[in-house]
Design a protein around this ligand. Structure first.
Ligand SMILES: [Zn+2]
Length: 164
């Protein structure tokens, strides 16, 4: 039987204050089953088949639930029907799933950080190349200095030879 459960936790909700690290939204793994790919249809008070989700909240990690489609997908109020499909996990498995979830989120966060760093470095490389191309002065100056010194050397030699 569908139970009224106004404080339902969505697949991306982060209820519970026991998280020790920063959380990012989104499910840590792709679902093996799409929300409506289950049978027989479980219908809410609106007469609609309810989508089935996986909770990633701290209190109920990995636990499947169904809720009103209008509420969860269409963004409306719907009928507020919410029901758990799985029994709560024991403390050990709950912690295990939380740790695995956190490991995936940490990895995703690291990948995101590295992508930002790669973009920054590519931009820096591009700017350095552009600056080098538009400012070849040091090389030109070196050539000019060699020319000046060569002329000065020739003048000096000529002056010394003429003196003698
Ligand atoms: Zn409904």
């Amino acid at each position: 039987m569908a139970a009224q459960f106004p404080a339902c936790s969505g697949s991306s909700s982060r209820s519970g204050a026991s998280s020790r690290r920063r959380r990012q939204p989104g499910k840590p793994i792709p679902y093996r089953q799409l929300p409506f790919d289950y049978e027989p249809a479980d219908v809410c008070d609106c007469g609609e088949k309810m989508p089935q989700w996986i909770s990633w909240s701290d209190p109920n990690p990995g636990r499947r639930y169904r809720n009103c489609k209008i509420r969860s997908i269409a963004g409306g109020i719907g009928c507020q029907v919410f029901k758990w499909i799985d029994d709560p996990l024991d403390a050990h498995h709950k912690q295990l799933v939380r740790d695995l979830r956190d490991a995936v989120w940490d990895r995703d966060e690291e990948i995101e950080r590295l992508q930002v760093e790669i973009e920054r470095l590519q931009e820096e490389k591009f700017l350095l190349a552009a600056r080098k191309q538009s400012n070849p002065e040091p090389k030109k100056m070196r050539g000019f200095m060699v020319w000046v010194l060569s002329v000065a050397f020739v003048i000096c030699c000529t002056w010394v030879m003429c003196r003698n």
